[in-house]
Design a protein around this ligand. Structure first.
Ligand SMILES: [Zn+2]
Length: 421
């Protein structure tokens, strides 16, 4: 069954453009404006307010053109209904430049799939290239303002007057993306060598020919796929709202939202804690690490963001022999005969109500078992134990959980994979 773009839109609400109230006054109403992220080539990110872009519904001839556009698989790993489907669009590529579009798309996917946690799932992701044909080559306002080009998605630099902001007609882009057999994320590459890109609720744009611009798409996928908040801020601002829903920001100065990671070293450097500032605000809100990908483009994701991305990508992959391999969390270790170990990492994790699934791979000749335990208020209590195949499934209430991996007979190293609700 085809996945619809609308599901993606609701998941990407974190990035929804924010309409700003017009200031009081007796002049004509101010032009409505919205936030857009701006990316600098040095990796820093900021937000600017630009006039609301006109929402132009695709005309019937645009829909016909979209329906007639060919879709090719850059990689196809399984049926769309059981895979994460990444859709890449092009704009500003003429009929004679489809080979160039393919090269640019392959370069962007290579960069995305080399970044954790995409790397882990690369073998279980379908990548669809929609061969959008434009009448003219290149994008508008490239390299400077005042240059107009007739392209299928209307891509242009200097969006809202911001040079590196690469905008397009979002609804047209969605119409083209819908030609793919499944849509879980959309990246639109423009035929330009100028650095730039932009984040929309449903997609990101990125310069096709600039090798540094792929990081923009990876950051934006953090929003649209992982539901992550930004971790940079505007100086002098204070957060006063409720506890945010995003997994990588909290009002709690103790960082209990990511308790199982506190004190651990994180791929972006330093240790996980509660660092002041995030989600655009300097005060009143905390982030898990000093400088992750949601704050600086040239950094990896921090541990809580990695886990959230992992869950989001892994949850859209199912079936076949990849059932265990596609689970979002992996821990490995070794046991002595009769020994045991708690996972993850000797600690516990908090889970919402729902289904836990886990797989335990034990060494040949040994028999290992897996217990899922929950904190009942005064003690850890076993609620499920793996079967002979090493698999466990349990539907439980929200609360704190831990896995006990134990040796029934034999010793050796094991791998535990699991999904949390
Ligand atoms: Zn962002």
């Amino acid at each position: 069954m085809r996945r619809k773009v609308s599901a993606l839109l609701s998941a990407a609400a974190v990035l929804a453009a924010v309409l700003v109230a017009a200031p009081a006054g007796n002049a004509a109403p101010a032009t409505p404006s919205e936030w857009r992220e701006v990316f600098s080539a040095d990796g820093t990110i900021s937000k600017v307010r630009i006039p609301v872009e006109p929402k132009i519904a695709p005309k019937s001839e645009d829909l016909r053109a979209a329906a007639a556009t060919s879709v090719v698989a850059l990689q196809e790993t399984g049926p769309a209904s059981t895979r994460f489907n990444m859709v890449i669009l092009g704009d500003g590529y003429t009929a004679g430049e489809m080979g160039l579009l393919r090269r640019h798309a392959e370069q962007k996917w290579a960069e995305i799939s080399a970044t954790d946690p995409w790397r882990k799932y690369a073998g279980s992701i379908n990548v669809w290239l929609v061969n959008v044909v434009s009448n003219e080559s290149g994008v508008s306002n490239d390299p400077s303002q005042g240059i107009s080009r007739d392209t299928a998605l209307g891509m242009y630099f200097f969006c809202g007057g911001v040079e590196r902001l690469l905008c397009l007609n979002e609804s047209k882009a969605q119409a083209y993306a819908a030609q793919a057999p499944g849509v879980d994320a959309i990246v639109a590459v423009g035929n330009t060598y100028k650095y730039g890109g932009a984040g929309y609720p449903s997609l990101s744009t990125v310069s096709g020919g600039d090798p540094r611009s792929g990081r923009i798409a990876i950051h934006e996928l953090g929003h649209s796929v992982g539901g992550l908040a930004d971790e940079y801020f505007t100086p002098g601002t204070t957060y006063t709202g409720d506890e945010p829903t995003q997994p990588n920001v909290t009002r709690d100065p103790g960082g209990s939202k990511w308790a199982s990671y506190l004190g651990r070293s994180t791929p972006d450097g330093g240790v996980i804690g509660a660092y002041l500032g995030g989600s655009q605000y300097e005060y009143g809100i905390y982030r898990p690490s000093s400088d992750s990908l949601m704050r600086s483009l040239d950094k990896p994701f921090n541990l809580p963001s990695l886990a959230a991305m992992d869950r989001a990508i892994g949850s859209r992959i199912s079936g076949g022999s990849s059932g265990c391999a596609a689970q979002a969390n992996t821990r490995s270790g070794s046991l002595t005969s009769g020994g045991g170990a708690y996972q993850p990492d000797g600690g516990s994790f908090y889970a919402a109500a729902g289904t836990h699934r886990a797989c335990l791979a034990a060494p040949a000749g040994a028999q290992f078992a897996l217990d899922l335990m929950t904190w009942n208020g005064s003690a850890w209590q076993t609620v499920a134990t793996s079967g002979a195949d090493g698999r466990l499934s349990y539907g439980g209430a929200d609360g704190y959980y831990t896995y006990l991996v134990r040796s029934v007979t034999g010793a050796g190293s094991y791998t535990l994979t699991y999904d949390t609700p």
